[in-house]
Design a binder for this molecule. Structure first.
Ligand code: NAD
Length: 253
């Protein structure tokens, strides 16, 4: 018999998960995991070719995936995609940008862009998703271990600390509607984002990891899948650090 809580108003049928930044790295690994778990997955990202390639790879595996080009700050585009799909069960906010820069070198424009994509770019899809969710819906944000502080990316640190605060605030306000909102805070992960670092800096960062290796995108996606699962909807407002224990301290950050 299908396990269904009597208070669970989710409609029957396949659940749809929207993954921002789903064409690359952690977002792509998440899209694949969620599709394998039985969701229809809507990949939202920049660049028609990248988006179609990511969705096409999943479709070729027999999975249910659709790609959409959408900037995370473009409310109208996101609303149109969600309305077109017809339902929202899960929103994973994984899109993000990172540029290594010393505190003294960050311009106002740099700072605004990072916060715009990483923080407003979580707020907009989460809000549009929540407006369409029934009780039992789940929102998963992707913050960062860097929210605890970090050297050489102050704008990113500020944006990701903001994501944790926003996650808690959304969880509180959406609690009466039984929409769960949680955050994953990844540690250093081998993705196209970290591979933009000069190779010597990348090697230095890896050496500082507790196990001497970065996370794989799937190491992070497994935790996102946990918060996206209907079985975990009673957990809300939490931030789970997935960083091999580095946030415990003792190694610098
Ligand atoms: P990635 O660069 O591989 O993927 C990020 C994706 O976000 C890209 O596909 C990019 O096109 C998309 N994106 C950027 N701006 C966008 C916008 N305005 N609208 C829509 N999509 C946009 O990087 P990743 O490492 O997989 O990062 C995924 C998330 O994990 C990010 O939020 C990042 O900050 C976070 N994170 C990454 C690490 C790491 O070490 N890689 C650590 C902690 C947190």
């Amino acid at each position: 018999m299908k396990e269904q809580n009597m208070h669970d108003a989710r409609p029957a049928g396949k659940e749809i998960a929207y993954v921002t930044g789903g064409a690359s790295g952690i977002g792509y690994a998440t899209a694949r995991r969620l599709a394998v778990a039985g969701f229809r997955v809507a990949i939202l990202d920049l660049g028609e070719d990248r988006v179609q390639a990511a969705a096409g790879e999943l479709s070729a595996l027999g999975l249910d995936a659709q790609g959409y080009v959408a900037d995370v700050r473009d409310r109208e585009a996101l609303a149109g995609i969600m309305d077109g799909e017809g339902r929202v069960d899960v929103v994973v906010c994984a899109a993000g940008v990172y540029t290594p820069r010393q505190f003294d070198e960050i311009s106002d424009e740099d700072f605004r862009r990072t916060v715009d994509v990483n923080l407003l770019g979580v707020f907009v899809p989460a809000q549009e998703g929540a407006r369409r969710m029934r009780p039992g819906g789940r929102i998963v944000t992707v913050s960062s271990r860097g929210a605890l502080g970090g050297y050489g990316f102050a704008d990113y640190v500020a944006s990701k600390a903001g994501v944790i605060g926003l996650t808690r605030a959304m969880a509180l306000e959406l609690r009466p509607r039984r929409i769960a909102v949680n955050s994953i805070a990844p540690g250093f992960t081998d993705t196209p984002m970290t591979r933009t670092m000069p190779p010597d800096q990348y090697a230095k960062a890896v050496a500082l990891e507790p196990g001497g290796a970065p996370a794989t995108p799937d190491d992070i996606a497994v935790a996102i899948e946990f918060f996206a699962s209907p079985a975990t909807k009673f957990i809300t407002g939490q931030t789970l650090f997935v960083d091999g224990g580095k946030s415990l301290g003792g190694l610098g950050i």
